[in-house]
Design a protein around this ligand. Structure first.
Ligand code: ADP
Ligand code: ADP
Length: 226
């Protein structure tokens, strides 16, 4: 079943004296439970594409359906909270709050029951039980990113969007993060979309979409790889 359907997406950034056409005409479908990598040179439009799929930014033209719903007709912030988790290259944790409080935040916002238990459970799953009461500055880069992932998935999103999630991590922590994503994909059938420069990260995915100059250059399915 298709969970993401983009049709003729264009994105133009306008500023005082210039326009940048970041996405030119992107049509793309992603199936539920699929794990997709988006690769391409810096400036090719990966972040813009992920922001649009993640409902953080809106396209200039084109349509987006998520789970067969036309998102232009929805209350975006509510829908985003229920459907989508987003992980950035930098963890963007709230520095004044502990790991546990950071992870509880989305549950409090959406008024879920037992936020503390749920947040502790997910932190345990990601191997952070000994870090729940630490603040971000007391954590290593890899731990901070795992807390950010815990925060993104604690609400059980159907779709996890990750923009260069391993861009600041060493190879050991990159492996740990990819194991977390693969488990989530297998156990919960979460659809995962990852922008990355790292071919080793992309090789873990079912499909690689290569973009260049705001267009899809080619796609490659895992089973087609030699
Ligand atoms: P990538 O993630 O592949 O590096 P981006 O989506 O960040 O690519 O950027 C695509 C193009 O759009 C680049 O030319 C970039 O400079 C431009 N761009 C991205 N965000 C903005 C913005 N907020 N305002 C103006 N231009 C932007
Ligand atoms: P990455 O290549 O890691 O995706 P970028 O450096 O392209 O990151 O972009 C980082 C942030 O800066 C993004 O939020 C993007 O929208 C914004 N950005 C990128 N290019 C521009 C630009 N030319 N003008 C304004 N904002 C930009």
């Amino acid at each position: 079943m298709e969970i993401v359907r983009l049709k003729d997406i264009k994105k133009i950034y306008k500023s005082k004296n210039e326009e940048v056409e970041a996405l030119k005409s992107i049509s793309l479908t992603i199936n539920e439970g699929e794990m997709v990598a988006v690769m391409g040179p810096s400036g090719s439009g990966k972040s813009t594409l992920l922001h649009i799929i993640g409902l953080i930014d809106t396209p200039t033209e084109g349509s987006i359906e998520i789970d067969n719903k036309d998102v232009s007709k929805l209350n975006l912030s509510k829908f985003r909270n229920e459907y989508i988790g987003f992980v950035f290259q930098l963890s963007y944790l709230l520095p004044e709050f502990t790991a546990l409080e950071n992870v509880m935040m989305p549950l409090l916002i959406s008024k879920k029951e037992k936020p503390k238990e749920k947040a502790i459970n997910i932190l345990k799953k990601l191997g952070l039980e000994h870090r729940v009461n630490h603040k971000p500055s007391q954590l290593s880069g890899g731990e901070q990113q795992r807390v950010a992932i815990a925060r993104a998935i604690v609400n059980n999103p159907k779709i996890l969007v990750a923009d260069e999630p391993t861009g600041n991590l060493d190879s050991e922590n990159t492996k740990i993060v990819m194991e977390i994503f693969k488990n989530l994909n297998k156990e919960k059938n979460t659809t995962i979309i990852i922008a990355t420069h790292d071919i080793e990260v992309a090789k873990n995915c079912d499909r690689i979409i290569y973009i260049k100059d705001g267009k899809i250059l080619k796609e490659e399915k895992a089973f087609e790889r030699v």
